[in-house]
Design a protein around this ligand. Structure first.
Ligand SMILES: *Cc1c(COP(=O)(O)O)cnc(C)c1O
Length: 376
């Protein structure tokens, strides 16, 4: 049986990705390109330069390496290719994406030390310092910028200063923040940063990318534990003949290029940050008026995605709530916090304050339907 896809009206995605994209980004997909076409090769080269520009990094110092697959594949590419044989990684964890890094390292046979903080707390730099100080066999450190599990923003700059002080390589998963949360990679001493096509850049899913310190990546010769996820080989391929080693997601790259242009038109990272912050403010104010409580303390929250606690009401049922919103064309997201029942609402993607207001109106409507009054 074929799945029945609805008509042309798309739902609005208040999720951590894939996200709502612009009509023009979707239209950019509608072309077939051969992967060896000169025009396509030029587009990939320009796209890589534009990524460096968004990261505000010097092309002499950093390189951008796109990698096929979802964002997770790019994270795995960094671990699989840039940890020296016998190396040991300090994983600074406060959520599911940090834990996923630990699983990857285990599967790759990479030794780690896990420093785990509560999901509602940012990592404590003093504890990180102590861990680095206690073990001089550590060669690398990795953490997550915006832990999408909760929406918390981690102090990646402070941790970077420690990585520098103790001489370890530093890897940041900035999947859900890159392009919308300003971050100076060089000042934060980041060696490898990963993000993907379908988060704050607002492209469609299909590849991730690594922004790597040239000198760090160049030193990883012979370290790759994977053929397809070999970052150094991918970089060399792109620098050599300009091509991906294996079939690139050509259509997705075209859409991403359009998304990059639209990011620039919006005023770059600052412009996008302003829109997302506007979405976030509208959301938390509206949700508070409806009687919902955020999981994180305000000062710890980023404006990327917001976790709300399940309300304490006999009629509450997340699946019923979700389905009723979905029927009204608004898609929210389940929670991922391990010690509290939450749901999440994303503020990212091609959505505007008016969309958030429409979502809030729909939520108010659904609460009436479910006979839930949280303001009483
Ligand atoms: C979305 C996300 C990922 C995973 O990306 P996929 O594209 O689903 O593989 C990893 N880390 C963070 C912080 C994310 O937000």
């Amino acid at each position: 049986m074929r799945p029945s896809l609805p008509g042309w009206k798309d739902k609005i995605l208040f999720t951590p990705g894939p996200l709502t994209t612009s009509q023009t980004v979707k239209q950019a997909l509608l072309r077939d390109f051969g992967s060896r076409d000169h025009a396509f090769i030029e587009l990939v080269a320009d796209l890589r330069n534009r990524l460096l520009h968004i990261g505000q990094v010097d092309p002499e110092t950093y390189v951008a390496v796109p990698m096929q697959g979802s964002g997770t594949f790019s994270i795995e590419a960094v671990f699989a290719s840039t940890i020296r044989p016998g190396g040991k990684v300090l994983l600074v964890i406060n959520g599911a994406y940090g834990e996923r890094m630990a699983t990857m390292c285990t599967m790759l046979g990479i030794e780690t030390t896990k420093l785990v903080f509560p999901e509602n707390q940012a990592p404590d730099p003093e504890a990180v310092r102590a861990a680095l100080k206690a073990d001089d066999t550590l060669t690398d450190m990795a953490t997550v910028h915006c832990e999408t599990t909760t929406g918390i923003i981690n102090p990646v700059e402070e941790l970077g200063a420690l990585a520098r002080e103790f001489g370890v390589r530093y890897f940041v998963d900035a999947m859900s923040s890159f392009g919308a949360v300003p971050l100076d990679l060089a000042a934060a001493h980041i060696d490898y940063l990963v993000s993907s096509a379908n988060k704050c850049i607002e492209g469609v899913p299909g590849f991730g990318f690594v922004i790597a310190r040239r000198e760090a990546l160049a030193a990883t010769e012979g370290w790759a534990r994977s053929l397809s996820l070999d970052l150094l080989a991918q970089w060399r391929g792109l620098e050599g003949n300009g091509q991906f080693r294996f079939t690139p997601p050509t259509h997705v790259l075209l859409a991403f290029y359009q998304a990059l242009l639209e990011l620039e038109q919006e005023g770059g990272v600052a412009g996008r940050a302003a829109r997302y912050e506007g979405n976030y403010r509208t959301l938390i104010e509206g949700m508070a008026r409806l009687g919902f409580t955020e999981y994180l303390q305000r000062e710890k929250q980023g404006y990327i995605i917001t976790s709300f606690l399940y309300p304490d009401h006999p009629n509450w049922d997340f699946n019923g709530f979700y389905d009723r919103l979905n029927a009204r064309d608004y898609v929210i997201y389940p929670g991922k916090v391990s010690d509290a029942d939450c749901f999440r609402i994303g503020n990212i993607g091609r959505i505007f304050t008016a969309d958030v207001q429409a979502l809030l109106a729909a939520i108010a409507d659904v609460l009436v339907e479910m006979e839930i009054d949280l303001t009483a």
